[in-house]
Design a protein around this ligand. Sequence first.
Ligand SMILES: Cc1ncc(COP(=O)(O)O)c(C=O)c1O
Length: 478
Amino acid sequence: MRSLSQTQSLPASTSGRHVSFAPVIGMRRSLINRSWRAMKRAAVADVDTASPAPAPSQVALGAPLRSEFPILDQEVNGRPLVYLDNAATSQKPRVVLDALSRCYTEYNANVHRGVHALSARATNEYEEARAKVATFINAPSSREVVIVRNATEAINLVANTWGSANIKQGDEIILSVAEHHANLVPWQLLAARTGAVLRHVRLTPDKTQLDMDHFRSLLSPRTRLVSLVHVSNVLGCVLDAAYVAEQARAVGAKLLLDCCQSVPHMPVDVTSLGADWIVASSHKFCGPSGVGFLWGRYELLESMEPWMGGGEMIADVYLDASTYAPPPMRFEAGTPAIAEAIGMGAAAEWLRGLGMDRVHAYEEEIGTYLYERLAAVSPRVSVYGPRPGSCPRGRASLAAFNVAGLHATDVSTLLDMAGVAVRSGHHCAQPLHRELGVPASARASAYIYNTAGEVDVFVEALADTIKFFDDVHSGSAA
Ligand SMILES: Cc1ncc(COP(=O)(O)O)c(C=O)c1O
């Protein structure tokens, strides 16, 4: 049996008799038109069209949630895994694993290009995922959500589009000493290209958070952009985003917020945050790696030229010039991470179902417990960032720390032997570690599935680690 496309290429006459293919071609056209209409509808679907919110789960956070995360049920080095490296990447619930698996087992196809059923379904699921992310951050329209590889790519996108078009020699960009390298290096590259000047907000004298007086003193009519971390991945401090937005707006500067450590852990509502753009990575909020998003106000996205060129991001292509698709497609050149984006949508919807207020409340509780117990292990333990309760906007459920006399990597290696996964190093924040006067730190970071019991295991393993090294140093180790 011939396919429709084979039929269309048959000669118009067989056996000397004229055969009309018009009905077949007509049918094919109408199929194509219907598919394209569906695809376009999906591609510009506003959040109002996203599936209704799942009823907030009644499942308590912590222990009862753990069965949703199969990876947590394992032993490492003969001990039950205690995963406290969530600021680096979170684990994935079954709904996300199932979404990835369904994509590859049921409807894997390229998006926005094919008219066949699998492609139409893949396109719908991909655009639904965009709408779920938009709903998750309360974006007025899913057209404001650009799907990218990660937060790093999102910042590079803004630097290379808006930045290249709007930043000139002598313009100033305000960053901070506490930024992740992802929010430093793209602006350094832009400054090197344009002659712009980078200014950095310093820490408060106690080195626990950003100094807002210093921030205000850096603002001037030359300030074109403020790009700051919403929640620090080392200090755990939470930025007063509304204040920063108001101050930035007063001098006519744009505001980008690095929401990598806030989107997974607290309600983030772009309509009240005051930022012009936010960025986040899916892998930190229960979704797959290799995908993330840039949110931007639509008029702003519309004013931005494309960055990467290729398929998907065009309207019409000629040999020597092209016109471009409107946002968000303008910024999504080439085949996207389809299954991963769908997984990101599933994660956003699942977290929304849990209720981000509940997530935040649980993390405040376990974060405070983590901080207090860690700080009490030994007077030699220094925990960075504000004490819980000392910061009006709270602090994240992470604790970067050092033990005097021990290297952070030795500490985390010994913790790993006890089944406890924490990160050590500079956490992609070398300038911040220089400010803190240390080359590295260890960091324990909790999420919705961690329990107070796990925090206990961690601090006991840390106490054992300190004792072990003390014994080695004093020559009394067995
Ligand atoms: C605060 C912050 N910003 C940016 C990033 C970069 O995220 P990604 O590597 O997923 O782009 C991270 C990741 O650790 C982070 O914690």
